[in-house]
Design a protein around this ligand. Sequence first.
Ligand SMILES: NC(=O)c1ccc[n+]([C@@H]2O[C@H](COP(=O)([O-])OP(=O)(O)OC[C@H]3O[C@@H](n4cnc5c(N)ncnc54)[C@H](OP(=O)(O)O)[C@@H]3O)[C@@H](O)[C@H]2O)c1
Length: 322
Amino acid sequence: MARMNAAVVTSFGEPPRYQPFEVPQPDGADEFIVDVLAVGLHPRVRSGAAGAHYTSSGTLPMIPGIDAVGQRADGTRIYFVAADDVIGTMADQALASARRSIVLPEDADIAKVAAAMNPAMSSWVALRRRVPIKPGQSVLVLGATGNAGAMAVQVARRLGAGRVVGAGRDRGRLDALTSAGADDVVQLTGDGDATARALAAAAAECDIVLDYLWGQPAQHVIMALLTARSDRSREMNWIQIGSVAGPTMELPSVALRSANFRVQGSGQGSVAGQAYLAELPSLVAEITAGTIAVKATTMPLADVEEIWSRAEVPGERTVLVP
Ligand SMILES: NC(=O)c1ccc[n+]([C@@H]2O[C@H](COP(=O)([O-])OP(=O)(O)OC[C@H]3O[C@@H](n4cnc5c(N)ncnc54)[C@H](OP(=O)(O)O)[C@@H]3O)[C@@H](O)[C@H]2O)c1
């Protein structure tokens, strides 16, 4: 068996170690091996490596990494998504297939693509496939100060939103969102009632909410938005995308009776793989054109164990390079 170097998780809850591992074998005619060029260290990668993502099978040892930029034997560079949660992309080599990859244009910046596809896809797919946005609609991004949330502000604008409001905790990154396309920003503070009032004033008339938070902040905000809405029979589409503030919340039944309030999620499972694949080329084009701002910090895959325990620099995405 051929060997390669990889980030390997042998115990959930401990960082991966850089160590030799067997090169995975293609399973079926459409799978092939690629040399990995760049892998994003997304929150989704961390939850998978902790065995805590809803798609986790609990199998160990496992190689983390859900997507990557790779190079085929003929030199073609591709963006691809890993087939399962056991043999991921944080390795010298990984398995790809035509059903889970696209060829990158010559001018694509591989670190930016590796950094941005996962966070940018969250809003792009939500606004194209779950609740297709109509020109001029108003969007609230709840949790707009992370990578995905900040990109969501830019994606909503790019896809035709008439008004975009960003809400998040960090004042400095909220201010930066104004130059990135937000019409208004609201700071989420420890005072839940005051925050809910401020959000209602800024976004009660929104058509779509892109929610990266869930938990207490979302719970506080929902009734405040619906109560302040001028016409409650007008659709408000709440798209659940991330849960950085908590996995659960209490939703009063009255929210669903007293308003045309529609809740759905967007992620692996609720959107078909083929639908994701169809959106990838346009997203790469936006990243390459610079319409979606990306800060990628490249680091050696060999240092993965130490990098894993470091706090992320807010607004930047770590990209590991084999
Ligand atoms: N469903 C999908 O398709 C999909 C795709 C990609 C990502 N996601 C999910 O989206 C979420 C964000 O991903 P990301 O890449 O943007 O991560 P990130 O860059 O690490 O950003 C997370 C941000 O969440 C904020 N935050 C953390 N705890 C919070 C709290 N209690 N209340 C309010 N804000 C809080 C922090 O901003 P402040 O410092 O300002 O608080 C932080 O910057 C993750 O849950 C990820 O799994 C989903």
